[in-house]
Design a protein around this ligand. Structure first.
Ligand code: GTP
Ligand code: MG
Ligand code: ZN
Length: 301
């Protein structure tokens, strides 16, 4: 049995990077194809292969796992958010942040297309960037010294870029290493045809950064909340500092009296926009009805 790491999956085939730096193409054994557990890009696997034909036999336990994009065992995720084309959506950004916090993957925020803004428009974004920095997130702007900053951020890391279709994920990776030569596309075309320029997740070597990084297909909406509403507050890092300070131990920070979170919002130490996201996501999770599957197992829709 050999060991390696899945760096690409396409139409039932998995490309595995070996310790020797070679790539071997395999399939997954039947149990994986039928079962709930599926090999993911980033997985460490045990496999057999001979003359270009191989089978994955076992997946090693994962350190973490993202549903969207589908990757496992990453140290950090770069959320690529455009300020224009497509327009900035704080809702979409916060959804991705919550999903990453829940999965235990460290987020880094990259804002693209700042060059498309006038000076005045750019100034209007400054307080938004500061809010995220105050929470403790690293914020990188496309007009900054992008390569130098990412040299530090990515060193020895396994990372994934995620974000809306056309946000500029592949463009960023090409800027970090032109040798990648990833295909990028005009946003107008991509959005109007509902087309993704990047169609698969693949883990690429950024040699100059001693990093592996996954380019992924973008999305137009992001609906992944795989936990009960009562947990939501845990995935807003700026709330954590106040947990335990509310009058009621079970405070959900909505309408309860003596809520330390709402107090912090009133004082401005927690941003109103982030609190709005919290309220909205709470309703989204609560409004979701459990789906009963055959066998009486309960699953969230
Ligand atoms: N002006 C400007 N254009 C950018 C910037 N980043 C990306 N673009 C353009 O935005 C378009 C979409 O970029 P892509 O890199 O293909 O976007 P993507 O996120 O990889 O999109 P998908 O693969 O479809 O998910 C391309 O035309 C890029 O040239 C930027 O910082 N400034
Ligand atoms: Mg792309
Ligand atoms: Zn509270």
């Amino acid at each position: 049995m050999k060991k390696g790491r899945i760096i690409r999956s396409l139409a039932g085939y998995y490309d595995i990077l070996t310790d020797q730096g070679q790539v071997e193409r395999t399939r997954a054994r039947g149990a994986f194809r039928q079962g709930k557990e599926k090999p993911l890009v980033g997985d460490f696997v045990d496999y057999e292969s001979e003359q270009g034909e191989g089978l994955i036999w076992a997946i090693e336990p994962r350190e973490n796992e993202l549903v969207r994009p589908a990757v496992a065992n990453v140290d950090l995720a770069i959320i690529v958010t455009s300020v224009r084309q497509p327009d900035f959506s704080q809702n979409l950004l916060d959804r991705q942040l919550v999903a990453l916090e829940a999965a235990g993957v460290r987020p880094v925020l990259y804002f693209s297309k700042l060059d498309l803004l006038s000076e005045r428009e750019r100034a209007a974004f400054a307080p938004i960037f500061e809010d995220y920095e105050r929470i403790g997130y690293q914020v990188i702007q496309s007009t900054g010294a992008v390569q130098a900053i990412f040299k530090t951020v990515l060193k020895d890391q396994v990372a994934v870029v995620m974000g809306q279709t056309g946000a500029g994920k592949s463009t960023l990776l090409n800027a970090l290493d032109p040798a990648l030569a990833l295909t990028t596309n005009e946003v107008s075309q991509a959005l109007s045809r509902g087309k993704h320029t990047t169609r698969q997740v693949s883990l690429l070597a950024l040699a100059a950064y001693q990093a592996l990084i996954a380019d992924t297909p973008g999305f137009s909406s992001y609906e992944v909340f795989d936990f009960p509403a009562t947990e939501l507050g845990l995935y807003f890092p700026e709330f954590r500092a106040h947990l335990g300070e509310c009058q009621f131990r079970s405070c959900q920070h909505l309408n309860e009296p003596g809520c330390a979170i709402k107090e912090a919002v009133a004082l401005g130490t927690i941003s109103q926009a982030r609190y709005n996201s919290y309220q909205l996501f709470y309703q989204v999770i609560q409004g979701r009805r459990p789906v009963y599957e055959k066998g009486g197992k309960k699953r969230r829709s």
